[in-house]
Structure formats: structure tokens, C-alpha cells
Design a protein around this ligand. Sequence first.
Ligand SMILES: C[S@@+](CC[C@H](N)C(=O)[O-])C[C@H]1O[C@@H](n2cnc3c(N)ncnc32)[C@H](O)[C@@H]1O
Length: 290
Amino acid sequence: MTPVGLRALVDGATRLLDEAGVASPRHDALALAAFALGLERVDLVLPPALPDGFPAAYAGLVDRRARREPLQHIVGSTGFRYLTLAVEKGVFVPRPETEVVAGLAVDEAAARVAAGANPLVVDLCTGSGAIAVAVATEVPAARVVAVDVSSPAVDLATRNATAAGARVTVLLGDVADPDLLAELAGQVDVVVSNPPYIPPDAVPTDPEVRLHDPDVALYGGGADGLDTPRAVLAAASRLLRPGGLLVVEHAEVQAEALRAAAVATGVFEEPGTVPDLTGRPRALLARRSA
Ligand SMILES: C[S@@+](CC[C@H](N)C(=O)[O-])C[C@H]1O[C@@H](n2cnc3c(N)ncnc32)[C@H](O)[C@@H]1O
């Protein structure tokens, strides 16, 4: 096939994905072409030689994406900070905004290491292990424990940690269990979490999210979606040592409610809210009082 052939196929796929309502049609058309060719990325200026059967294979992938199957499920991976993580059906796809949340945990753990400590970090509701593996690879001196209630998530997080050579202990557990990680009570330096937090009346409109992320990863429970985030606060109250840091991702409209919930535990000092990269209030930051 000629170079023009590849460009024409990618152009056609871009139009098709655009008509299907995909938010980033050109990016996804190029990413699927690269995936079909087994390459990191496709260069349309110096295009690679195309194998026989490429047009049909590419059309099949583009059709799946046009049906709004997540790009990450089709290619089987996603980027997260410095990592490429395996992604699969049945486990939440890590999002770019969570990279900021992971960064807050990384910075705190790194500061502890700089002060001569070997920090203990707990990632509650770990999913694919994105936050836990990021902390463990960026701060190798940290001990990292990750927990999720879903067996497929625990399985995937374990594989992602192994693939990255990261020191992470991944455990099956419910954040609402008052005995969760009881052996670590009062010893943890950082508790970080991106829990489910969507309220029941805020069903996501994007088919990629509504139809492909598991409900257990989306809906936080209770009328305000904050049952699981409140369970995270309760668990962090037990786990953190005095001066330990809590970081919890939440929806834009939940900043005030979550700060109030942190105050209500009676153990956190002046909880604050951190913006994401677009300036929206998306994470609770609270330090356990001494
Ligand atoms: C929004 S996803 C986030 C996954 C991962 N932290 C990330 O940022 O990509 C929430 C995760 O919480 C887990 N989860 C839901 N309820 C839980 C509970 N009660 N205890 C522990 N994990 C829970 C889900 O299985 C899911 O993997």
C-alpha cells in the first residue's frame, strides 16, 4: 500500500470517529493505526510499510471505537505519569486528573525519604494499581500497600506492579471494613485514594464510562455519592500516624462536603482542596493532627 493509502485510511477513520461522537477522533485514529501496526506511534510523513490485511484489521478496530468502546480497552494499555499500565474490561481505566492526585502522594513520600524515613503509603480503592505503582516506582524507598474490593482489580494491579518492577503489596479488602489493615493502624505516612464518588442521579453520559467502567468503580453510594469517600476518611483516621497526609480525589461539586466530612472525623487539621490541571477543585488534602 502507498503512503497516501495510509493517510487516506486515517483521514477516513477520523471522519468516522468524529461522526460517532468520539471526543478526540484524530488522536484515536492514529493510535489505532499504530496499534494495528505494532508501533508506538504512526508518522504520516514517513509512513511505515503496511502489511497485507491492514485495511481490514484497521477497519475492525475503528468500528469498535466508533461503537464507543474505550480506546484503552482496544489497545489494552494506557499512560499514567511515567508508566504504561495494562488496562482491561471490568477494571476502571485510570484518568489523567488522577495523575495530580498520585503526584501529591509521590511528593509527600519523597519528602519523607529526604528526611531519612522509609515511608509507608496506602492506596485505597486502587483499581489497576495506577497510584500505588506510580508511588512505588517514583519513590522506590517507600513501602506501598494497595487495596481494592474487586478481584479483577486486585489481579490487574498485581500484574501492573510486577510488570513495573514495583514493590507493592496488593490486597483484596473493603474500605468500609473497620478492621481493614488493622495491623498498620497509626503507622501510615500517606493514605491516597481515588474512590468511587458519583451520586446515583449523575449517571455519566459518555458511553465509554457508562457502559465500560464497572459500576463499583463509579458510584460512591448514598444520595451524595460520598459513602465510600467517607469510609476512606474513616479508614485514614485509623491508619495515619500523627502528621500523616490524606489525599482523596472527588467530583468538582463535592469539595466543601468532603472538607466538612474530614473535619467531622475530629482528627484532621484544616483540610484543604487542591485543583486539577484545569483549575477545578478535585482533591481533598488533609493532615492528621498530632
Ligand atoms: C474510580 S476507581 C479508581 C481506581 C484507581 N484508584 C484509579 O485512580 O485509576 C474506584 C475503585 O474503587 C474500588 N472500590 C469500590 N468500592 C470499594 C470499597 N468499598 N473498598 C475498596 N475498594 C472499592 C473499585 O473496585 C474501583 O477499582
